[in-house]
Write a protein of this length. Structure first.
Length: 271
């Protein structure tokens, strides 16, 4: 089965599995910037995993909205574009795809560095780490990347190296439903693909905003699960980007991606 078919599985049924993992891994105590992280600057990667990722991904900065950022991704020139999904030894590689919502967020941050300059930023569901990298490039004072996949964390470190950046702190845990962390800005892309996960995100983000006046930016190309969720009524459209042809082809007809500002009302009864 070609990776294009594999990607279709990721977009459909296999996302349900990932959503269950996000829902089941309950967050613990409130995060602390320098104590919560599984990886930080200077920590070495497992040599075997590093070698596997370097051999089975391609370094690219084309076909997406941020040519300034080089990333290790699965492309048509990679072995696992053609191999059966079950032969990939580390679980579904969601991180190896530069999803449209993340592209829009990264482009917006690079074009508008004032959004992150001097601020603390949480990149939730960071995947390949592109949006966290964009935040570092644009002058964020602190960046924490979060993903539940430990291989994503390793890939982020490789991507930092590609862009001549010291690795930012990375935490591999589900922090949704945990105590609200004190961040100036939370960014998240392409995470509203499951109703229950979307509900959890909605309430947790509300809590962060009300507790710490956190700003929230969401990237999404207009998936049905996102546009039909109740959170949609509390979003302000910031900017819309036309997707490059390569990204359009790999996302089954999606032509644009939007950055939204999440601005819930003051009512404690919002759903």
């Amino acid at each position: 089965m070609a990776f294009r078919g594999w990607k279709w599985l990721l977009l459909l049924g296999r996302q349900n599995t990932l959503a269950k993992v996000w829902r089941s891994r309950r967050g613990g105590p409130s995060l602390r910037w320098k104590r919560c992280c599984h990886w930080s600057a200077g920590k070495s990667l497992d040599p075997e995993v590093r070698a596997f990722l370097e051999e089975n991904t391609e370094v690219t900065n084309s076909g997406h909205l941020t040519p300034e950022i080089r990333l290790r991704l699965l492309t048509p020139r990679c072995r696992f574009w053609r191999e059966k999904p079950d032969l990939w030894p580390y679980g579904d590689p969601f991180w190896a795809i530069y999803w449209p919502g993340g592209q829009a967020l990264s482009r917006y941050i690079l074009d508008n560095p004032r959004v992150v300059k001097g601020r603390s930023v949480l990149d939730l569901g960071s995947g390949c780490g592109a949006t966290a990298i964009a935040a570092v490039m644009s002058g964020a004072s602190q960046v924490l990347a979060n993903d539940i996949d430990p291989i994503a964390g390793m890939a982020m470190i490789l991507n930092c190296e590609l862009n001549h950046l010291n690795p930012f702190p990375i935490t591999i845990k589900n922090i949704i439903n945990s105590e609200a962390g004190n961040w100036d800005l939370i960014v998240l892309g392409d995470m509203f693909y499951d109703e229950q996960l979307a509900d959890g995100l909605h309430h947790w983000l509300q809590k962060c905003i009300r507790t710490h006046q956190t700003e929230v930016l969401i990237g999404d190309p207009g998936r049905h699960q996102f546009l039909s969720h109740s959170i949609r009524s509390q979003l302000h459209k910031v900017i819309e980007y036309s997707l490059p042809e390569y990204t359009r082809q790999e996302n089954y007809g999606l032509t644009s991606s939007i950055v939204w500002s999440y601005q819930p009302s003051n009512s404690l009864e919002d759903s």
